[in-house]
Each structure stands twice: as structure tokens, then as C-alpha cells.
Design a protein around this ligand. Sequence first.
Ligand SMILES: *[C@@H]1O[C@H](CO)[C@@H](O)[C@H](O)[C@H]1NC(C)=O
Ligand SMILES: *[C@@H]1O[C@H](CO)[C@@H](O)[C@H](O)[C@H]1NC(C)=O
Ligand SMILES: *[C@@H]1O[C@H](CO)[C@@H](O)[C@H](O)[C@H]1NC(C)=O
Ligand SMILES: *[C@@H]1O[C@H](CO)[C@@H](O)[C@H](O)[C@H]1NC(C)=O
Length: 382
Amino acid sequence: MAMMKKTCGFATFLMVLIMNSYSVNASSSSPQAIKGVYYPSWVSSNLSPSSINTKLFTHAYYAFLTPNNVTFKFDIEQTQEAPLLLNFTSTLHAKNPPVKTIFSVGGAAEGPVLFSRMVADSSSRSHFILSSIEVARKFGFDGVDLDWEFPQSPEDMENLSHLLDEWRGEVKKEAKATCREELLLSAAVYYSADTFLSGPQRSYPSGSISKNLDWINMMNYDYHGGWDPTLTGAQAALFDPKSNVSTSYGVESWIRSGVPLSKLIMGLPLYGRTWQLKDPRSYYIGAPAVDVGPGPDKTGVLTYSEIVKYNKDHKAKVVHDIETVSVYSVAETIWIGYDDTKTVAIKIGYARALGLRGYFFWAVNGDYKWKISKTASKLWSL
Ligand SMILES: *[C@@H]1O[C@H](CO)[C@@H](O)[C@H](O)[C@H]1NC(C)=O
Ligand SMILES: *[C@@H]1O[C@H](CO)[C@@H](O)[C@H](O)[C@H]1NC(C)=O
Ligand SMILES: *[C@@H]1O[C@H](CO)[C@@H](O)[C@H](O)[C@H]1NC(C)=O
Ligand SMILES: *[C@@H]1O[C@H](CO)[C@@H](O)[C@H](O)[C@H]1NC(C)=O
């Protein structure tokens, strides 16, 4: 103890003493399971932060904030968003039990270019990093999540590794200077570490990820969708004997990449994808289709709770596919592929058997009466 250079006051000194006396237990127990959920800010008028059932989650991600595309700093003050951010963190920290809050940067709608530009320049990286830390502290977040969809080239991947090195460096420095716990740093990543279905071959910088991030959220979904309206598909199949486009392949590629199991979080969708069949009698997975099916803005996306209602209203036939661990429903020409409590239960079993750290959902508004979230949480804690 005498060798410690500097502690943050008496409280920390006491805490170090207490922790040391429990160190035998502490080191043998596994790290806290992560049960994450994304909160898209655009659902806030239908679903307030206070209505989140915090018994089912450990971390909630506010989605999304985006830095200015010239300065790479966050301009929260100029937007209407500041009160919602404060409401999100203060509400969720005050709930019983509380959940930790993280803000997520970017998202699918932002696309890849902003981040490619930001990471390619060291002063842009530095502006982004310092601004992200300032926003986290100002609005009471416990951490920051990078949702770059997706790095497009080996150069992007290399520059991402610089960003992560520098980000963790600044987070450590800030924690030391202010005597606070280090902010959490996470990232939402592609389903696979090194197999991309479009663009040049590239691999995530797994060394930098392992060293600098608390964990990564593997986006184990969106394998098939409206971008291919001619064939139905299981958008989040656990297994696919015919291709590498599956959750098991993706998760195992991340394990092979060397990122520790304690940093791997499996993604689970609370939504499904819809098609219009060419022939209602051919409704297998991969059957010919002519277009996307129901869903706002012609995206062919419905939340799980919308699918439950759709199936009921249309007396749809529901089929569980054992081979892929997925479920689909058919009502006349409408085909919907999704996940339910049964498929999620099997995925949780798979994730636990491998020794992953936890799971996350996209997104909180999709569940039906918290049924899937409850199934996952209960099974993870058994
Ligand atoms: C930055 O964002 C503005 C406003 O959305 C847009 O008009 C502009 O084209 C963007 N610039 C770059 C370089 O992406
Ligand atoms: C958050 O917003 C809700 C709905 O507007 C409000 O009822 C609640 O009091 C706010 N909570 C905090 C902690 O600001
Ligand atoms: C970004 O990556 C490319 C390719 O590795 C490298 O040449 C370049 O120096 C990097 N930029 C910065 C600012 O690190
Ligand atoms: C799947 O990936 C493995 C390597 O990870 C490769 O050897 C194999 O050819 C791939 N299979 C398909 C169908 O792409």
C-alpha cells in the first residue's frame, strides 16, 4: 500500500483496504453479467425511460448521439436533446434496481463516412474523444458506446485501433484527475470479426479492442432483409448449415480473433423482417418472394410486439425451425422471420455454454409485455 503513488482521498484508501481484504473472493468470482438494452431516442414519446423494467437489464444505451461532421464535437446545447439526456440518466440511476447508462454514438442511419473521416486524423480523434468524455460527465452517463456501421477498409480498421488506444488513454487520465470511476467504453460491432458480406476483406483490430474496450456488442442480426426482396431469410439464425451468415459463425469468429469471452456480448433482435411470398404454398426459409412485407416506410421491419399482434389478427401459422433456431409466421402471402421466447432461450443457452459475458437487445420498444427480456434474464441467472 505504501507504494501507491496517489489515492483519491480517504474514501478511496478505505475502499482499497476493504477490497484487498476480500480479494480472494473477488478474484475468483466471474465479472458481472451484462444484460444490455438500446433505447432509441425516437421512441421517447411512446416509451419513457421510467417505464423500462430495470429488473431485467444491467445497462441501457441511449441511441444515438452524433458528433458535428466538421468539428467532430457534440453540439448538444444547440439541440432539444439535453433535457431528455438528463432525464434518461437520472431516471434510470434512481430506479430500483438502478441500471447503468451509456450513450451510443452513430448508428445504422449515420452510415460509415463520418467515422472514417474522424478516425483518419489525429486532431479529429482528439476532439471527438474529449467531447465524448465531457458529454458523458455533464449528462451523468456511465460510459460511451461507439456504433460505427461499419469500418469499410483495412485503413479504417487500423485507424479505429488508434482511436481506441487514445480514447482509453484519455478516459484513464480523466478518471485519475477527477477521482472518479473510469467511464465504460464499448462498441457495437459487425456480427463477425473478419467476414464481411460486402466491401473489401478486413478484420477488426482485436488486440486494440481487447486492450481498450470494456466489451463489444456483436450485432448478431440483419443477415437477410429488404435489401434482398426476392428471398425470405432468417435474419438472426443461430445456425446456418449452408453459409457462414449466422450467429454461431459470427460469435465463433470473434472468439477466434482473440477478444476474451468476458468482453463478448451477444446481440438479440426484438424485431423481425417481412416479405411477400411469390407463392403462398412455398413458405420455407429461403423461399422466393416478390417484395418486402408490412412495416413502416417500406422497410419490411416489424417489432416483436407488432408481430405478435399481426399473427393474432391474421391467424398466422407459426413455424419453429429447429435447424436454424429461428421462427417464422405465414399468413396468406405474408412471411415474417423473427425471434421469440423459444429461440431466445436456446440462444441464451448457447451463449452461456460458450462462456460469453452477456447479451443485449435492439431495441427496448420491441418487446411484448417484457416476455423475451424476462426469458433471457431468468435463464442467464439460473
Ligand atoms: C455535414 O452535415 C451537413 C448537415 O447535415 C451536410 O449538409 C454536409 O454535407 C455534411 N458534410 C460532410 C462533409 O459530410
Ligand atoms: C422525466 O420525464 C418524465 C416524463 O416527462 C417526468 O415525468 C419525470 O419526472 C422526469 N424525471 C426526471 C428525473 O427528470
Ligand atoms: C489511418 O490509417 C492509414 C492506413 O493504415 C495510415 O496510413 C494513416 O496514417 C492513418 N491515419 C492516422 C491519422 O493515424
Ligand atoms: C466459412 O468460413 C470458413 C473460414 O472461417 C471458410 O473456410 C469457409 O469456406 C466458409 N464457408 C462458406 C460457405 O463461405
